[in-house]
Design a protein around this ligand. Sequence first.
Ligand code: ATP
Ligand code: MG
Length: 319
Amino acid sequence: MSAGPTILAVGELLVEFVSHQKGCGLEKISPYTGPYPSGAPAIFLDQAALWGARTMMFGAVGDDGFGRSLVGRLERDDVGIAGISVHPHLTTGTAFVSYYENGSRDFIFHLENTAADHFVFSPDLLPEGDLILHVSGSSLGSKRLRPQIMAAVEAVASRGGRICCDPNARPEIMRDEEGRAALDTIIAQSFCLMPSIGDLDFLYPGLGESAAINRLLERSAELVVVKRGAEGASVISRGQRHDIAPHGVNEIDPTGAGDGFCGAFVALLAQACPAEEAAILANAAGALSVTRRGPMEGNASPAEVQDFLAAQAGAGALS
Ligand code: ATP
Ligand code: MG
């Protein structure tokens, strides 16, 4: 385990059910599998732990099988779970996802009045030493969770910790102006921002990619990583830009690739890895992630990613 900063994540913990049938939305009867451990902050942190970072998750689950499977999985992967509370009466949050042939998807999130949105942040649980707190914009859609996340950001910043953010602006969740305003406040404090192309358009509608990235760099971001799905990724700092080519893979389930990408990237940065190298490894982790069903199931260890990169290089040499 690294001697670098402890990486924290705060937000929704949930289990997810994934439809195996494409094109039927959430209206039709279809075989689903689950409960898969999920929640953007949890997927992020699980991947960061697999990449050797010291981690601590802040969130809540119910006293039920879903919650136990989720916490058990995080524990197995060495995620610090001391910041997870178990609500005695409310159930664990859930989500359902169904895909279309063109890669788009429908979600139903059930977070309101679950343990997930009744989490209460306590600064007393923050660990000693250097801290990096990750926020996923998806968490800010919940009215109850939002002030808890803002409290965590303030507590970490007041201790000299750094904030990183994946805007992850899910339209199903980000319905009100206050959620947007909270996201804006966090973006303004983040040293590292990891938007997808869709997030850039959500943040700065119609502005265009490079102007949107420049806006982010004019604020406090030292690094902007743009996630491009099957088109790879780019890492941009003031004066430098590296485009990372995508890997050709068979996409089974794209949900969670972005969170896993960010988890690997931030874990590597925290261990003093240069940003370009971190993005190359995160890009491979993201590609591997979409080949497996289940949002957290795609998270891979450094050894798996190195094997994947070696196989891709071999395939490239043969073609
Ligand atoms: P989500 O919010 O659903 O977790 P995202 O939109 O934040 O995802 P993506 O851009 O979909 O993030 O995926 C993150 C990264 O994973 C991409 O930048 C790329 O490196 C890799 N990746 C994702 N999908 C594919 C794919 N089909 N083929 C190759 N690489 C992929
Ligand atoms: Mg995303």
